[in-house]
Design a protein around this ligand. Structure first.
Ligand code: MRU
Length: 355
């Protein structure tokens, strides 16, 4: 089995199964999500993480949270869907794929109700929701594959590539966003040399990206976040590729904390900085990066989580934002499933979404 066949969320035998990414790289364990609380916790605790995978989990999660509804009262069913959607949407604020997927799940019911002139039943509504969740997953897989091809068109064999966090297969339905061209390149003998930032504090680069790539036989070197500058200065990096959690209408992109620093370094060293952003992650209702909500997480993740004892004095203050915003001026190109977008982003992203 190829690594990119490892799905972060599976719906099999009528069960929603989530790969518990907090246990990687040591254990590959799937847990079953039965209730809406299970799904909320899995997203909040980053058992399932990465913007597109969160969207996929939200789709199935909303379905499983309402499928036990008994009776035929459509109004009661729609209210449950709305309430559970609102609840799941509160699990993490930054990745727009969460609200995007939940809105899609609700819209499918609105559209069916509008077109069916009142003939929509609770049972058929449940069927439509499961089908929509499947569609979200399948479309994401296709979109990642397309981003892989577009991304690969910007890269050359033998290149050194730096990445931050994990925008790989387990952050999406399949292939990943910014790791998709690396997998496609691997199949076509491109022989990339990838450098993975460890990505403090939750170590998505060390635990997930280096695991994915190493397991796939890609030449990957793990570095600490503060080593990005030296590998660039050494001339080992020809391109930076990263994912995105929400791109504002002007092209500012929120991604894992530390991404903006990497982008600024890349500019200094004259290295192209590519952000991989499926259209599901472009939010034209958010005008600029200033308007993107940034998740703040517990300080324990910085000084306690990976250590046997606390690595900071008792009572010290902490600041633990999970994301930062890369200003659009540092982004060389945005790679989407519809093609490569270049500046001016405020004009070209809108055009792309309208297509
Ligand atoms: O906190 P995480 O692990 O969910 O953050 C993930 C990222 O920042 C990814 O780069 C982003 O979601 C894109 S995943 C294709």
């Amino acid at each position: 089995m190829k690594v990119f066949d490892i799905a972060p969320v599976k719906f099999i035998d009528d069960k929603m199964m989530i790969l518990d990414q907090t246990r990687l790289p040591g254990e590959e364990v799937y847990i079953e999500a039965v209730t809406k609380e299970d799904v909320w916790d899995a997203i909040y605790q980053l058992k399932v993480r990465g913007a597109p995978a969160i969207g996929v989990a939200a789709g199935y999660g909303l379905y499983i949270s309402v499928r036990g509804y008994e009776g035929s009262d459509m109004e009661g069913f729609r209210k449950l869907v709305r309430d559970n959607s609102e609840y799941l949407n509160s699990s993490r604020p930054t990745a727009v794929n969460l609200s995007w997927a939940l809105r899609r799940m609700e819209r499918v019911l609105d559209e069916a109700a509008a077109s069916g002139e009142g003939s929509l039943t609770v049972e058929s509504a449940k069927g439509l929701m499961l089908a929509e969740a499947e569609k979200i997953r399948i479309e994401d897989e296709e979109s990642c594959r397309a981003m892989g091809e577009y991304g690969l068109s910007l890269l050359k064999p033998g290149m050194g590539i730096l990445t931050h966090c994990n925008a790989g297969t387990i952050a999406t339905a399949k292939y990943g966003t910014c790791l998709a061209p690396i997998y496609l390149g691997q199949e076509r003998g491109y022989d990339f040399k990838v450098f993975a930032d460890e990505t403090r504090p939750l170590l998505q680069g060390a635990r997930l990206t280096s695991w994915e790539l190493h397991k796939s036989g890609v030449d990957v070197t793990l570095i600490c976040d503060n080593m990005a500058s030296i590998v660039m200065k050494n001339g080992w990096i020809d391109a930076v590729v990263v994912g995105c959690d929400r791109m504002a209408a002007n092209g500012d992109g929120a991604n894992k904390i530390g991404t903006s620093g990497v982008a600024i370094l890349a500019k200094e060293y004259g290295i192209p900085f590519y952000m991989f952003v499926p259209t599901s992650t472009i939010d034209l209702n958010t005008p600029t990066g200033e308007d993107i909500p940034i998740e703040l997480r517990k300080g324990e993740e910085i000084y306690q989580m990976w250590y046997e004892k606390n690595m900071a004095p008792e009572g010290v203050k902490t600041y633990n934002p999970a994301f930062d915003v890369t200003d659009h001026k540092y982004i060389t190109a945005v790679i989407t499933e519809k093609g490569v977008v270049r500046p001016p982003y405020d004009v070209n992203l809108r055009k792309l979404k309208d297509e």
